[in-house]
Ligand binder design. Structure first.
Ligand code: BGC
Length: 718
């Protein structure tokens, strides 16, 4: 991993300079000048533009060894140009588009002298109460791994280091409360939560960030089994590991360290190379080395990794980054518009969308209709707000001012003041169609922004009920950083579009969809019917008493006698409102004729399947065919379905296409009862279809390969 240059640099460094490399500080103005000049800081966080150039110049031109700084920033879903929140990007199921967005974000951030982003967040998220689900790619390990890789490739292609975070289990916070304890059994940790991280390590991500939470009694910033033994040794990861904000010293509050000195000792022992924000490394490592409690060899390893990252970024040659050319506003706005469009999921449509030529006037109602800033969502520090497009601006540009009757209905999304509702109802009565913009403002999701109630905030449901009672077609657009409870919204609306927080070009992208551009997004998370169902996710286990697949939907609030002792509720359907992978188009499709090339395979083979997709509707549209597999009998229980691949096909009305899938049987590996990661011989079921709840099905058999009769995996990857 290390070059001659780095080794010789290390040999010239004093212990204080080495420890300095392991410290990341947030400056306030220019208050770190002396430290940087003295070579006692390796990285700064949250400095951009002129301040960042200033500090980099000090480090390179005025410190003794001239080591450049890592300049970190949370570039989560855009820099000046804002793309959809990551959960929305996941809904695109389009890694290439996500990669391009990350590359553009990296260009913009790099032009402000940033060289490290704390993204992607690849925490599996099964709990919509958790505010950071917005920053995630949802509930599925494969989709998360692919989206994570796309972002990593995009950033790093433009010489901005990516950071796989938060290692690990942060999304499993109990009760959906941020920072809360994560209860994850070891096999689940390895087969679900760690999978995207292993994929990121293999994809060459330059850094990892440890999580705030504990897993099984050990806070993740002080867990040598995870960071040193698994990540660095077993996976052979040669990048660097940074803590989360103050997460080293928070081990005192966790109750595993008595003071900051112990916290520093524990952090280094665990293999956390750099401390973010808190100062325990700076204050104590020299003393800890002197007393032998911290080995200088561990310090050297950390510093080599940090210097290696600086070298990989090319900072020794070009401390301010490579020459970067912005592709121009038109280009970036088109990209943001396209990805925003791809992230929208059509949840229901009663023949209302797309809006046709007969529409003369639109009543645009709702507290999020003219909310350009709220469209951006959480984690936006550097947005160019002059680029924001609300739905109001999008519709007015399309239809002209006179044909759009705008009434907010409520003063703001959380408001309990109903004085404006009547006015909104009058507007609805006077128009041909209502476009109703509901959901969460940008402040309702993100870090430490968790919710116990997932209904529409404030009096929004009342606004919907009143407007729907007018009898006009109502198209509801839901903006949110998470899945909300939408059963009644779907029931009362003629069409519902889940738009997440779509970014700078929100209003333009939504207008495109309303007037004909077919929506293509798919749910990256299951939509619950009620909070009592949470956590709800498609790749759950079967249990010994699974409900029948067609078990009746029990009306909420009606205590019924269950028809048997099955894993259901008395007062709620056990199924999600809408499943993972779900999303409508403006046309319909049939998926038929599933065929497997062979039904008997060994672990060394590829499973080959094909299916014919036909556009059975009257408009052009694209279908996303998803391939799921179930391992029917394992040495341990296995999920009822697991996504293994997906493919999109664009079809004109009446057109058919044959889609072929090929997945290595090795991708079916998991941690078996004996602890090894392998594919177990046996029978499997496969589905190809439009979401996680349906599909054409077939069966195949994996038999031991003649060269590997024990079934122990050699080829298995993630
Ligand atoms: C978050 C990280 C983020 C860091 C720096 C923390 O509070 O958990 O995800 O990268 O702050 O802003």
């Amino acid at each position: 991993m290390t070059s001659e240059r780095i080794r010789s640099l290390l040999s010239e460094m004093t212990l204080a300079e080495k420890i300095g490399q392991m410290c990341q500080v947030q400056p306030h103005g220019r208050d770190q000048d002396d430290q940087v000049r003295a070579g006692l800081i390796g990285s700064l966080i949250n400095v951009v533009g002129p301040d960042a150039y200033h500090y980099q110049a000090l480090a390179v031109e005025h410190s003794r060894l001239g080591i450049p700084l890592l300049l970190g920033r949370d570039v989560i879903h855009g820099f000046n140009t804002i793309f959809p929140i990551p959960l929305g990007q996941a809904a695109s199921f389009d890694p290439a588009a996500v990669r391009e967005a990350a590359a553009l974000s990296a260009i913009e951030a790099g032009m402000a002298c940033v060289n490290w982003t704390f993204s992607p967040m690849i925490d599996i998220s099964r709990d919509p109460r958790w505010g950071r689900i917005a920053e995630s790619f949802g509930e599925d390990p494969l989709l998360t791994a692919l989206m994570g890789q796309a972002m990593i490739d995009g950033y790093q292609s433009q010489s901005i280091a990516a950071c796989a975070k938060h290692f690990v289990g942060y999304g499993a916070a109990e009760g959906g409360r941020d920072y809360s304890t994560a209860m994850i059994p070891s096999r689940e940790l390895h087969d679900i939560y760690l999978r995207p991280f292993k994929h990121a390590a293999q994809a060459g991500v330059m850094s990892f960030m440890t999580a705030f939470n504990e897993v099984d009694g050990l806070p993740c910033s002080g867990n040598p089994a995870l960071t040193r033994d698994l990540l660095k040794t077993a996976w052979g990861y040669d990048g660097m590991v940074v803590s989360d904000w103050n997460s080293i010293t928070e081990m005192i509050a966790h109750g595993v360290c008595a003071n900051t000195e112990e916290a520093a000792e524990r952090g280094v022992a665990a293999g956390v190379d750099m401390e973010m924000a808190s100062r325990s490394y700076f204050d104590h490592l020299e003393g800890l080395v002197a007393t032998g409690r911290v080995k200088e060899a561990d310090i050297n390893d950390a510093v080599l990794r940090i210097l290696h990252m600086k070298e990989r970024l090319g900072l020794f040659e070009r401390p301010y980054g490579p020459e970067r050319q912005h592709p121009g506003r038109n280009h970036s706005m088109t990209q943001a518009r396209n990805l925003a469009r791809k992230s929208c999921v059509l949840l229901s449509n009663n023949d209302t969308l797309p809006l046709g030529g007969g529409i003369h006037s639109v009543a645009l109602i709702g507290p999020l209709a003219d909310a350009g800033k709220d469209m951006l969502g959480c984690w936006v520090f550097d947005a160019d707000h002059t680029l924001n497009h609300s739905v109001l601006s999008g519709l007015r540009t399309k239809l002209g001012d006179r044909r759009v009757i705008y009434r907010p209905g409520l003063p703001d999304p959380r408001s309990m003041d109903g004085a404006m509702i009547e006015d909104a109802v009058m507007a609805a009565n006077s128009a041909d169609v209502v476009v109703l913009c509901l959901g969460e403002d940008e402040g309702l999701s993100g870090e430490a922004h968790c919710r116990a109630h997932l209904e529409l905030p404030g009096r929004q449901m009342e606004l919907l009920q009143r407007v729907a009672a007018c009898g006009k077609p109502v198209v509801t657009i839901v903006f949110a950083g998470r899945p909300l409870l939408l059963a009644e919204v779907i029931e009362k609306s003629s069409a519902v579009l889940m738009a997440w927080h779509p970014g700078s070009m929100a209003g333009v992208a939504i207008t495109d969809i309303l007037f004909g551009e077919p929506p293509t997004g798919r749910l990256p998370v299951s939509l619950p019917r009620s909070t009592g169902q949470i956590p709800i996710y498609y790749n759950h286990k079967n249990t010994g008493r699974p409900p029948a697949p067609d078990a009746p939907s029990i009306p909420s609030g009606t205590p019924l006698d269950p028809s048997g002792f099955f894993s259901t509720y008395l007062d709620e359907d056990h199924r999600p409102l809408l499943p993972f992978g779900y999303g409508l188009s403006y046309t319909s499709f049939a998926c038929e004729g599933l065929r497997l090339t062979t039904e008997t395979l060994t672990e060394a083979d590829d499973l080959e399947a094909e299916i014919t997709v036909t556009n059975t509707g009257s408009r052009t549209g694209s279908e996303l065919v998803q391939l799921y597999v179930r391992d029917l009998v394992g040495s341990v229980t296995r999920p009822v379905r697991e996504l293994k691949a997906f493919k999109r096909v664009l079809l004109a009305p009446g057109e058919s296409a044959k889609l072929s899938f090929s997945i290595p049987v090795a991708d079916l590996a998991f941690h078996a009862a004996d602890g090894t990661f392998k594919v177990e011989p046996g029978r499997f079921q496969i589905w190809l279809g439009p979401d996680a709840s349906k599909g054409e099905t077939a069966w195949f058999e994996v038999v031991p390969s003649p060269t590997n009769p024990s079934g122990k995996s050699g080829k298995a990857k993630v």
